[in-house]
Ligand binder design. Structure first.
Ligand code: TYM
Length: 335
């Protein structure tokens, strides 16, 4: 991997960022901004598939921008922008859509899942969501995309659409973007309710938001699903116990985690104690971030300046790629 690799990633403005977003994506962004040419954005076009009301959308974009900055993204080190500030993205999306087929789009897991959970709103934007995401990534000719495990299939589609364009127009314009995590493996942070990944769609009690106040965190974590305790020494943890260990691994010290894992192996684990410790470690981790979010959110002038600077830098990069794509297609101007 070379130092000059280009990095792109984004997060949808669906409310407050949660621990899954932080550990799957933002944590990598923070380190990558020191090592690569990074483009990080707020995917507001993507959030339109669920028809947010304009006021909420506006506030949520502002919130994510404040959260990005509070976590430590530095607009001097990376290009930080709002997706809808780049008209080049929908244009590339349109070009890519001409070579994206209904059959392959219908087979994407996230589409199938949405079609199942929101049968009354299976819109074209939902079907072509992976095309828009490909446009986001390849518009800057990115090689690396820091994301959580749930985005793996979308990355595969981005490679497919980029390669297809290259082949169709006999051009070597788009490199193949790879999903990235510093640990090697892409991560999936579990929710608090015992199931799969931490996600807003399973309700607020399932997620740990970066802005959650200490009392709220304690309540949510104490209510987290566990089990009735192991009965055999050295038995494998149940899914809900494993989730608690996984959450603990994100914020607690290795000694603390080992202490509770050993207690589990010895059949004398007390989940109440584990949760209390997890809540305190989580509070310690999140408090400085929460305090910064509040300050930055209130500073409208600063947020405006950051968004404007980011849009200018991102547009320049996007325009350079789009010019090549337009030329390859045959859109040459005679006037
Ligand atoms: P979104 O907004 O659902 O999530 C943003 C990022 O957070 C990661 N993530 C998680 N990681 C680990 N465990 C979890 N429980 C968890 N929940 C969320 C996601 O993997 C993602 O990295 N389609 C994207 C947004 C997007 C994008 C892009 C990303 C649009 N264009 C271009 C990268 C490149 C999405 O909906 O992510």
């Amino acid at each position: 991997m070379t130092k000059n690799s280009i990095v792109v990633s984004g997060i949808r403005p669906t409310g407050n960022l949660h621990l899954g977003n932080y550990m799957g994506a933002v944590k990598n962004f923070l380190k990558m901004q020191n090592e690569y040419n990074c483009f990080f954005f707020i995917a507001d076009y993507h959030s339109l598939t669920t028809h947010p009301n304009p006021m909420d959308l506006h506030q949520n974009v502002r919130q994510v921008l404040a959260e990005y900055l509070a976590c430590g993204l530095d607009p001097e080190k990376c290009t930080l922008y709002i997706q809808s500030d780049l008209p080049q993205i929908p244009e590339l999306y349109l070009l890519l859509n001409m070579h994206a087929y209904k059959g392959e789009l219908e087979r994407v897991s996230s589409f199938k899942e949405k079609a199942r959970t929101q049968p009354d709103n299976i819109n074209a934007g939902l079907l072509t969501y992976p095309v828009l995401m490909a446009a986001d990534i390849i518009i800057h000719r990115a090689g690396l995309v820091p994301v959580g495990k749930d985005q793996e299939q979308h990355l595969e589609m981005a490679r497919t659409f980029g390669n297809r364009f290259n082949r169709m127009y006999s051009i070597d314009l788009f490199p193949e973007p790879q999903a990235f995590n510093y640990g090697g493996e892409l991560v999936k942070i579990p929710g608090l309710q015992g199931g799969g990944k931490m996600s807003k769609s399973d309700g607020d009690n399932n997620v740990i938001n970066l802005v959650d106040e200490p009392e709220k965190l304690r309540k949510k974590i104490m209510k987290a699903v566990s089990d009735s305790g192991p009965t055999e020494p050295n038995s494998a943890p149940s899914q809900s116990a494993q989730n608690l260990f996984d959450l603990m691994a994100t914020v607690s010290s290795p000694e603390t985690l080992n202490f509770f894992k050993e207690a589990h192996a010895n059949c004398n684990i007390r989940y109440g104690d584990l949760k209390k410790q997890l809540a305190e470690d989580m509070i310690q981790f999140l408090t400085p971030i929460r305090e910064k979010i509040q300050d930055i959110y209130a500073d409208e002038a600063y947020l405006g300046k950051v968004a404007k600077l980011g849009a200018e830098k991102a547009r320049e990069s996007a325009e350079a790629t789009l010019t090549e794509a337009r030329k390859a297609i045959g859109f040459k101007r005679f006037f």
